[in-house]
Design a protein around this ligand. Sequence first.
Ligand SMILES: C[S@@+](CC[C@H](N)C(=O)[O-])C[C@H]1O[C@@H](n2cnc3c(N)ncnc32)[C@H](O)[C@@H]1O
Length: 222
Amino acid sequence: MQKCKCFLCSQKTDRTSLIVETTAPQGMHPLANAYLWRSFRLILELGFGLYSRRIALLRSLGLRGTESTLDIGCGTGEFSVVTSGTYLGVDMNPQYVQSAHRFHPGKEFLCADVTRLVSTGRSFEVGLLVDVLHHLPGEEIIRLFATLAEILTQRIYVIDPVTQSPSNRLGRWIISKDRGRFVRPKSELLSLLEGAMEVLTVHDTRLMLIEGICVTGKPRRL
Ligand SMILES: C[S@@+](CC[C@H](N)C(=O)[O-])C[C@H]1O[C@@H](n2cnc3c(N)ncnc32)[C@H](O)[C@@H]1O
């Protein structure tokens, strides 16, 4: 293990595999297994258009598909197809990152805790944060966006679930099983994002009964 000198990462890493020595808990949840996770998400894609509908939404919100893109909490890298330009996906689950390398050759992935990223001068036009903010406490989101403000030059796209309406019992049940411990009311997530970036648009989303929001913004430089 050695201190990573590549980019963005402040952690100790094995340079050959890009596996980061992280103290972040990986958990024993079955979906922490990359094979199960990827299969689960691909079934949701077939049944509900988990990725294709979201990519269409991102396109309708101005994502051209050629921008250099930093994908925060990239999972197994399914959003790497959003751009033909430079793409870097970052996720702290080493299994997910290995799977991303395997199924998306030619794209770049890094195993790291995104709350410990540092800017080393490399920049990206677009930042993507899909289904990741509900895994992070508010203070870590603020810190993450402060770092992103140094790395991103044009747009930030956030898609995340919010607290489900009382009448949406199935949605509430599904969210209660989510590994993310910080699913927030829409107003709370929005005010967090308004403090962290210059919010441009806000759309309500509903996918597989799950209520969420899609927010676009500009990095706010300090
Ligand atoms: C619900 S998944 C979404 C994955 C991907 N964005 C997608 O839509 O397919 C959330 C991801 O965030 C990652 N994650 C959560 N906290 C993280 C952190 N502190 N650093 C890096 N990745 C993190 C998890 O490992 C997981 O892959």
